[in-house]
Write a protein that binds this ligand. Sequence first.
Ligand SMILES: *Cc1c(COP(=O)(O)O)cnc(C)c1O
Length: 242
Amino acid sequence: MSSYPQPTESRAQELIENYNTILKKVEALNPKTRLVAVSKFKPSSDIMALYSIGVRHFGENYVQELIAKSEELPKDICWHFIGGLQSGKTKDLSNKVSNLYAVETVDSLKKCRQLNNARERKNGEVINVFLQINTSGEEQKSGFLDENDIDKCIEYLKSDECKKLNLIGLMTIGSFAESTSEHEENQDFKKLTDMKKNLDDKFNLDLQLSMGMSNDYEQAIKQGSTNVRVGSSIFGARPTKN
Ligand SMILES: *Cc1c(COP(=O)(O)O)cnc(C)c1O
């Protein structure tokens, strides 16, 4: 352990306290929910602070940053890639992060093929996959919009052709408007839950749901989320990009 980057004692205390506060709220709503600590832009020493109390699931948004951290940090960390997935980066993601647990932002059949084929050539471990759904329909958001495309992608993931990817769920980033509205239910989360039910029936699956971030993870769990991605409430505000 001592060869890994270590936080100061006060930073470690702060992070552990923040994490445990969130974890308590998560478990009170549904003890089966997975809390993924989103560590983008945060130093490896921050990750080690939570690692020291047994946290293993971390989320990262940028392929280069994830590769660097995965090389530096313990290999039993389960990395979740949650950033915008670019075709040009799928190969590096597949090849260079041996302990990649899940890619949560798969949004096309083409990227599925790229991830699978890169893993197959190196005979790497299976990667879990969430299909990202653009539930709000906002232009700037990634994710599937067309149900036909989703079906085709699932058919590929279930086929013998695809040996290195394991479909485990659906993911969405709800709109800001929904996460701050006074509605009883978040309509984006509802859309994802409804879609899960339909796809479970149609393809005989039991899909997980990845929805909810710092602002709305409690609401997301109330609406059925099984995987919440929380960053700033644990690690503090991030520097803005650039
Ligand atoms: C950054 C990010 C998060 C974490 O966001 P916070 O609001 O800091 O909790 C969750 N999901 C995705 C896809 C992200 O990009």
